[in-house]
Each structure stands twice: as structure tokens, then as C-alpha cells.
Design a binder for this molecule. Sequence first.
Ligand code: PLP
Length: 357
Amino acid sequence: MTKKVHNYSAGPCILPAEVMKKAAEACIEFNGSGLSLLEMSHRSSAFVDVMENARSLVKELLGVPEGYQVLFLGGGASLGFYKSAINFMKKDGSGAYVNTGTWAKGAIKEAKKLGKVNVLASSEDKNFNYIPKGFTVPSDVDYFHITTNNTIFGTQFHEIPASPVPLLADMSSDIFSKTIDVSKFDLIYAGAQKNMGPAGSTVYIVKESALGKTGRDIPSMLDLQVHIEKESMYNTPPVFPIYVAMLNLEWLKEFGGVPAIQKRNEAKAALLYNEVDRNPLFKGVVATEDRSLMNPVFTLNDEALADRWNKIWKEAGISGIAGHRSVGGYRASMYNALPLESVQVLVDCMKELEKGA
Ligand SMILES: Cc1ncc(COP(=O)(O)O)c(C=O)c1O
């Protein structure tokens, strides 16, 4: 690479350089086997070891308790919307949701294809710039579903709501960014392409005893029990994305695990949000207490400065901070692999704009 790029992409996103290097090597030859990982059977002992290692790293890094299974499947988190519902919603049953934006809406839309959906609360009245609070989860639904971090709108649940029924969570954009109590959830699912690895695999962490209660004949590819029985190899898994996720989880372990990365993520978020709040040219979009540590969203107070601002950050090697079309402004996604120095570069750009204003 000739020029240092500060990669703020919302996902797929920055991964550690050493992970990329090892992944590239495995494409040429995997562990001295004479074969590329891309041409090896998923049933080979070499890949079975990769799968086992990836699954056990998830357990170790998140402190997954006994009785839970970890799966690496295809289909993205978007398939997880339907898969989560069909594994938990009884025939003639219902699920409860909180509508916190685009991805929560996606989950609600898919669940409606299976049965009744009770949307307990929504922040759509303010273009999803806060996390609804003060709602009660009824005990006569089959499950309650949340999106823990709202990648597009830059909000995050900093407290997990109490639930008298199984709690299901789409954690695509904050898994592995901070410690969590897995025992609060019956199902966690997450597309890999933020803090876990490249796009192409989706992790499911599921409480085994919660499955098999819907009375439905679930298609095999959607049935989490089938995937558990086959140890995440019911069909050909996304071999290469799982290998890169394994490398990335090894990197996280070496970094000091989730508590250590959480500390750095908090430092990065504090550095950026402090500047957003201090600098008179910028303003935060999200209710302060609900701000995402992964996807800070902010705008310029005066659009007339946009050309100069865009020139400053582009010249500093910053990439990927244009806001999502449904919010506008800027979104600086700060996933695990983004170093603190990259955030300092962005903050320095904001100060430079202020100086010349
Ligand atoms: C929170 C969340 N859920 C779901 C998705 C959809 O994931 P996928 O593209 O893997 O289907 C995304 C994608 O960015 C996301 O951020």
C-alpha cells in the first residue's frame, strides 16, 4: 500500500493488516499443505480444525456459557431476520420488536411473514435518533427481538432491556466490541463484516434448550437444530470467510480480548464525540445517552463549509465517512481494527476546519 488510508467504512470494514497478510498467504498455500485454502475440502481435517477453532474462540472471547452452541452459517444477518423468527415463533404465535431503524424494520418485515408481530416501541418519529425506553415486554409473546447497535442511525442499546420471554438480538455491528452477558440472550446473530471478519459468514450463538418448541416443520437450512447436529457443516460452509474470521478472533485474543478492545473503543468514541461537542462547526445527530460507540453520526452546522470540509478529510487520507443517505451528514464507523491514531487524524481535520472558518 502506498498511502496510509484511515478506513471508516461502515462494513465491510477495516481489518487488521496482519490478518489480511495471513489470509493472503492461505490463498496461495495453507499451512504447508501444498494446497490453497480455496481448493481444500471443507471435510478435510485442516478445515475442520479451522471451524472448531473459530467456534471455540467465539466461546472464549464472549464467555459463552454451557448450554449454548456457536454456528458459522451463510446468508448474512438479513437471513437471520427470518431464521431467528422461524426458530422461536410458535405456529399461531407472535414476536415482539423495538423499531430502531432500517435493520430492525427488516427483522420486523420478515417476522410478519410468519405470524403476528407486536412492535412495542419505535423511534421513527425522530428519524431513529434515540433508543426508545420505558416500554414493557409482554409475557404472552414467544420472544423479544432487538438490534443492539443501529449501524445507519448511530444509536446503541447501552442497557439491555429486561425480558420475561426469550431475548433475540441482531448484534451485527457491535459484537466483540464490548463485553456482554450472553446468558441474557436465547439467540445472538451477527453478520461477520464488521468486528468479526470479511462478509460471507454469519455467527449464531444459541441456547440449545430454547430450540424445538415452535411446532413448525422448519426447512433444514433454516433450522438451527439441524446446523447444531451437523456441527455447522450441514452444507458447505463459507470456508474462506470463516478462516479469516478465525484469524481476526485470534488477533482480538492477542490484543487482550474483548475487555481490552472495549477500552480502546471507548477511548476512540470519547475522542471523537468530545470534538463533535466542542467544535462549534459540528453537531451530533443522536441523543447523547444513546450514542453508538461504533458508528458516530454528525453533521456540519453550516452546509456552506461542506466543500472545504470534504477536501480536508480526503487529503488527510480519510475514507468512508460520508453519511448514509437516510441520515445525511457524516458517519465515522470505528470498528475494532481502527486505531486510535486514525480518530486523532479525523479530530485534527475538524480542528483545521475550525481554524480556517
Ligand atoms: C445491524 C445490522 N443488521 C443487519 C445487517 C444486514 O446484514 P447482511 O448484509 O449481512 O445481511 C446489517 C448490515 O450492515 C447491520 O448493520
